[in-house]
Design a protein around this ligand. Structure first.
Ligand code: G1P
Ligand code: ZN
Length: 544
């Protein structure tokens, strides 16, 4: 195999964010941009010689071209085996599973998750390590360091690989295996959940459902598992064909972006269960007939009922949630007498806890839930968890949620996002918040008295590593909380996230609309951060 060494210049903007490197497609299409980043990753790894790498993406615009380039750079850097999803497709959780199952040294997943796709939209690339999870900071820092000093990359001069036929292709000692992207993942789901029971309940008509794949990667997965294996009627999976631009939509499963599904679930024709997943298949939204389950509640409900699911019937070791996620799961952990960890935002912080067996379930308010079955959050897994729960209990989504609130209380929750804010203005808002932190504790704002105000810092209980500046938290004596963070996944300006939460133990008040119940807290957040005043915006870009 002929290997070419190409001289290159560093780019100064290849710092991975919350989940890999995300940029506009046009940025990735610049000569050497993708090549530099991939070579920087490989330069950071101690063990590319003879190693096995999993490769696939969510099918967004530039996926196939990027895969062909990466194959050639991997071959030139000594990898001996690549496992690639047919058509270049792999959902993020399926990639995580393939890394673990094949004991690969790692994987590259091409996705910008829930960000839009297309020639003028976003592309992304993330590296996952041998446990199947996102590369921890010590890796991503090294990728960035290499990207700043890179002077050449290596690329094999070989023909493009046929990505569409499953099977093996061998070029000298370099082997490429094209696998069906769904097979292994579907087997794993079948091991965790009671497929015969779910199938019976769906076929009897006791569960009716709609799953919105949002023209993204979960289409083929959901078609196979929900329609074919679990017997849901053809057409139960909507927007099932992955498209390079996700049909022009924003493949983020929330009430704003999965509007077709949301409209159906809040209509008189609503099925009993509705769900959606995102661009790369790791997020989920859960709905019942006329009810939306917040991701924070979903995590708490899963933890409280895990013993009903075959894969978790021996109980769960512990739980973890990202810091801005509501404290609903903390209450369940307390009742079950198991540990509950509060981690910074981003799935990579759960990896060590899962590997060490300290937790079984974990989740984030950003529509992410998962377990120790892989090392990524997993959209379809969460959907199947709920389907199994409905089938096992015979209850509706609404009954399950209301019973949970009655028992544990409700953490009324909402997140307000302000997207594409001018960077200088955003930094000003954070400086202003930081200045106030020392003087806030003990201060009264109407009925709210500040209990604590700090900038979150996390020490990993397994390896002792410390992550600082992970968001500003302000907690109040009555248990209410607000968190301010800057997004690490946005690609235009700054995205400011405000997370608001209030505990309600009185069942008579638990059914309130979250925006109304949180109105006082929302006003106070503005008073403290002045985002509307400083940016001139009168409403958030997205409310979830
Ligand atoms: C967002 C979410 C975070 C999630 C990440 C990747 O990151 O808030 O919980 O892990 O996407 O899906 P952010 O843009 O807030 O940095
Ligand atoms: Zn995603």
């Amino acid at each position: 195999m002929k290997i070419k060494t190409v001289p290159t210049q560093p780019f100064d903007d290849q710092k991975p964010g919350t989940s890999g490197l995300r940029k506009k497609v046009k940025v990735f299409q610049q000569p050497n941009y993708l090549e530099n980043f991939v070579q920087s990753i490989f330069d950071s790894l101690p063990d590319t010689q003879g190693a096995c790498l999993v490769l696939g993406g969510d099918g967004r615009y530039f996926n196939r071209e990027a895969i062909q380039i990466i194959i050639k750079i991997a071959a030139a850097n000594g990898f001996s085996h690549l496992i690639i999803g047919q058509g270049g497709l792999l959902s993020t959780p399926a990639a995580s599973h393939l890394i673990r199952k094949n004991q690969a040294s790692g994987g590259l997943v091409l996705s910008a998750s829930h960000n839009p796709g297309g020639p003028d939209e976003d592309f992304g690339i993330k590296y996952n390590v041998s446990n199947g999870g996102p590369a921890p900071e010590k890796y991503t820092d090294e990728f960035y360091r290499q990207s700043k000093i890179i002077s050449e990359y290596k690329i094999a001069e070989i023909e493009d690989i046929d990505l569409d036929s499953t099977g093996e292709q061998q070029i000298e000692t370099f082997k490429v295996t094209i696998v069906d992207p769904v097979d292994d993942y579907a087997d794993l789901m079948n091991q965790i959940f009671d497929f015969p029971l779910i199938k019976k309940t769906i076929e009897s008509g006791d569960i009716t459902l709609c799953f919105d794949a949002m023209h993204a990667i979960t289409g083929p997965y959901a078609k196979r598992i929900i329609e074919k294996m679990l017997g849901a009627k053809t057409g139960s999976v909507i927007n099932a064909t992955p498209l390079p631009d996700f049909g022009g939509g924003h493949p983020d499963p929330n009430l704003a972006h999965a509007k077709q599904l949301a409209d159906l679930m809040f209509s008189s024709d609503a099925p009993t269960f509705g769900a959606a997943s995102d661009g790369d298949g790791d997020r989920n939204m859960i709905l019942g007939n006329n009810i939306f389950v917040t991701p924070s509640d979903s995590l708490a409900i899963m933890a409280a009922n895990a013993q009903l699911i075959p894969g978790y019937n021996r109980g769960i070791a512990g739980v973890a949630r990202s810091m801005p996620t509501s404290q609903a799961v903390d209450r369940v952990a307390e009742a079950l007498d198991i540990a509950c960890y509060e981690t910074p935002t981003g799935w990579k912080y759960f990896g060590n806890l899962l590997d060490a067996g300290k937790i079984t379930l974990c989740g984030e308010e950003s529509f992410g839930t998962g377990s120790n079955h892989v090392r990524e959050k997993d959209g379809l897994w969460a959907v199947l968890f709920w389907l199994n729960l409905l089938a096992k209990t015979g209850q509706s989504v609404s009954d399950i949620v209301h019973q949970h609130w009655q028992k544990f209380g409700r953490d009324i929750y909402s997140r307000h996002d302000y997207e594409a804010v001018d960077l200088t203005l955003a930094n000003g808002i954070f400086d202003y918040l930081r200045e106030q932190l020392p003087s806030l504790p003990g201060k009264n704002f109407g009925k709210f008295t500040v209990k604590f105000a700090d900038e979150f810092s996390y020490q990993d209980p397994v390896d002792g590593s410390i992550s600082k500046n992970q968001g500003i938290r302000i907690g109040f004596e009555d248990g209410s909380r607000m968190v301010f963070r800057l997004s690490g996944t946005g690609t235009v300006g700054a995205t400011l996230r405000i997370y608001l939460e209030k505990f309600e133990s009185d069942p008579a008040l638990q059914d309130q609309d979250a925006q109304i119940a949180l109105a006082d807290l929302i006003d106070l957040a503005e008073q403290l951060c002045e985002i509307k005043k400083r940016t001139g915006r009168d409403t958030p870009t997205v409310i979830t």
